[in-house]
Design a protein around this ligand. Structure first.
Ligand code: TMP
Length: 205
């Protein structure tokens, strides 16, 4: 049990990550627990500008530039939001360091050591408490991707890319006690909601 855990939500597009995050936010509101919620890339006003630069459909920035902007966005979040709220409020983060490993390393092939070094440099001793990883199978991924209409630059990869990224996420989560996998294929939202709330109840005191 933690008074002020840092809870991260990870998963590829169409995995149900945002729905699962909303379930937790609603539950915390219902039990009157104070929390702050940020997303990455994004967060501070400046980080939201970085987000637009990275994800804009027309962006021609290369993957290395994206990585630098993602890290710059994270650096601002840690300095301006996370440090100030750590130990004072529950912090919910929509994507964090694992997304960089999954997308930029497993998806795009950028050197893992480099990414780890940059993340360690930014995070110092700070660590998320718990991570919910949402997953989806290939069939549902395809159907759901086709239904999305506000496509950004990172919505436009092919299925094999998302498959590599999801495998990366699963690799990161493997054998780790502070990760919980939510399968959006097996259960409906109501069933998942109950599973998630049960987990979050144990996490927040
Ligand atoms: P979102 O739509 O869930 O907010 O995610 C934005 C996109 O940013 C998503 O496609 C994943 C991508 N991303 C990375 O590639 N690396 C990262 O480190 C982060 C935080 C996000």
């Amino acid at each position: 049990m933690y008074k002020y855990p840092v809870i991260v939500f990870e998963g590829i597009e169409t995995s149900g990550k945002s729905t699962n995050l909303k379930i937790v936010a609603k539950y915390l509101n219902n039990i009157n627990r104070k929390f702050i919620k940020i997303r990455e890339p994004g967060g501070t006003t400046l980080s939201e500008i970085f987000r637009k630069l990275i994800l804009n459909k027309k962006s021609k920035l290369n993957f290395k530039t994206d990585l630098m902007l993602i890290m710059a966005s994270r650096s601002e979040n840690i300095d301006k939001i996370i440090k100030n709220n750590y130990g004072k409020k529950i912090i919910i983060i929509d994507r964090f360091v694992d997304s960089t490993i999954a997308y930029q390393h497993y998806g795009m092939g950028i050197n893992l050591n480099l990414i780890n070094k940059l993340n360690n440099f930014l995070l110092d001793r700070f660590k998320p408490t718990f991570t919910f990883l949402s997953i989806v199978n290939k069939k549902n991924m395809k159907i759901r991707l086709n239904k999305r209409f506000s496509l950004n630059k990172y919505d436009k990869f092919d299925l094999s890319f998302y498959n590599k990224v999801q495998k990366g996420f699963l690799n990161i989560a493997k054998d780790k006690k502070n990760y919980f996998i939510i399968d959006s294929n097996e259960n409906n939202i109501e069933e998942n909601s109950q599973i998630i709330i049960k987990k979050i109840k144990k996490l927040v005191s």
